[in-house]
Design a protein around this ligand. Sequence first.
Ligand code: DAH
Length: 351
Amino acid sequence: MSDFEKLKDKLIKAQSSEEVEIVRGEIFGKNGLLNLEFKKLGSLSPEDKKKVASEINAAKQELTKLFNDKIIKLADSEIEEKVKKENNDVTLPEKDFRIGKIHPVSQVIDEISSIFSEIGFSVEEGPDVESEYYNFTALNTPENHPAKDMHDTFYIEENLKTLLRTHTSPVQVRTMLNGKPPFKIIAPGRTYRSDSDQTHTPMFHQLEGLHIDKNINMGHLKGCLNYFIKEFFEVDKIKMRFRPSHFPFTEPSAEVDIGYRIENNKIIIGEGDKWLEILGCGMVHPNVLKYSKVDPNKFQGFAFGIGIDRLAMLKYGINDLRSFFECDYRWLNYYGFDPLDVPTNYRGLSK
Ligand code: DAH
């Protein structure tokens, strides 16, 4: 019996995957039979070399097929054997399962959506990979605006026309182009900027708000945000101030601060003499309406952009933003929420 035949026989007779592994080494390994035979070719005459090489190749093919079939067959029968031995009743309920938790960011998105849906806002979405046009141009952001700097923005294509959206504001334009006024929407989602420290991560979450109708003014904006902040922090009264600011896509623009104080190392929201910035907002710039095919002489409205992660940190006392994205099961188990406890305004948002 040739060496090939012997190893073939051994492979056929192998009873377990361990035995197959051993034969595999003897055939295909570095010092296995195939390599040895190939090495011998060097000393043969050209005609013999051709003939023997094709014989070795034929044997290699045959053994490879045999090996693959064998390993599949054995794996099947070994699983079957194991299942038989374990005698599991797969219809019994699981004893040792871990309950998944809802991430605080998802929880806060659900809470905010619930709050705004109470006053008639619906939820819109836009793509994470955005064009420069929607992310900047249509939002009245001039060519030389510092936000377009590559140090802030992740550009995707070399010609710099596609990027990872730096804010959720492009959803404003997409929504308006897709429908007819009035619009009353929120758009939560992921946003990206080239920034990383304790309070910045390259990917973070924002929520955009947009209300366009006839005769909407700053008073509506103020009332809407006041309602939202009180509901979100689950307090009856909130100290809040509008500070003049600048965004290319709103005129006038403001940033909203809420009052807080620190008591026993805990942050108490809504009162106190310290101020914390939580969102940007303003009346939608007529140019943005024009880019969005809405007539600024007939319609106007307000928009706002909220940093979701920041709100989650504040509400749930989490002090390092980076921990949100580390996928640490222990962290999630501690800060996460019961998946069956969907936040609603009636039952309480986070109780
Ligand atoms: N897009 C702004 C940012 O990322 C936030 C923002 C400010 C959104 C004012 C708005 C707005 O809709 O009106 O910094």
